[in-house]
Design a protein around this ligand. Sequence first.
Ligand code: SF4
Length: 245
Amino acid sequence: MPKRLGLVIDLDRCTGCGACQAACRLENNIPPERPALPGVVGAPFERPVRASDWLVLRSVRNAKPFPDADRAFVPVMCQHCDKPPCVAVCPVGATGKSSETGVVYQVYARCIGCRACLAACPYGAKVFNWSEPVWPGRTGLALTPFASARGKGVAEKCDLCVRLEHREHLFEPACARACPSRAMVFGDLDDPESRAGKLAAGPLAFRLEPAVRGDGSRSAANLGPRVVYVSRRAWLKDWAENGGM
Ligand code: SF4
């Protein structure tokens, strides 16, 4: 039976500790940083490049003075759109949508590095490897066998840790497993009995709206992101639904 897997993130539980990001790096063989490209003039390539994180923690404030000041942390990764523009533009089928799970996947061996998907993604969820990864010390000996180690010239992104070998038994994504406050709930959003399904259909749920919507075809309503956020704070929902990205 096809599923519609997704992630529900309770922003009122998230403390911004960064455990999700660290777990994502370890699970998916994301090196700590990539080296500068030698001889290339102009930013940003002359500087060492930050880790190509698949999950970024955004820090958001409500811009009110004390005592109403408030702050939230928003983990942002690929939103696993129901109608993903990145899939529509890939000329070689290196990115696609699983009919079994609904997860938007990436086949690294197929990617030709054209970066059309980076331009198409309104959430900025894809990262491009401008250089070969560098593994300090002996960390390169500890790569996980469940994720391919990507080289230079490949676009990559979150796949919710759903791998081919996990088909029969779905594991929680590494970020959800690592979260000490259990802010992330993974599951079938179409299953009304699942916790994820109940939260996603609840009154506190909202989706992240891309900052640039153009003609409306790139609005959350059209894209159908399957990363769903939950909060009791109205300002946070306003931020997310008004181009918070
Ligand atoms: Fe593709 Fe971006 Fe949507 Fe992820 S968030 S499915 S990369 S368009």
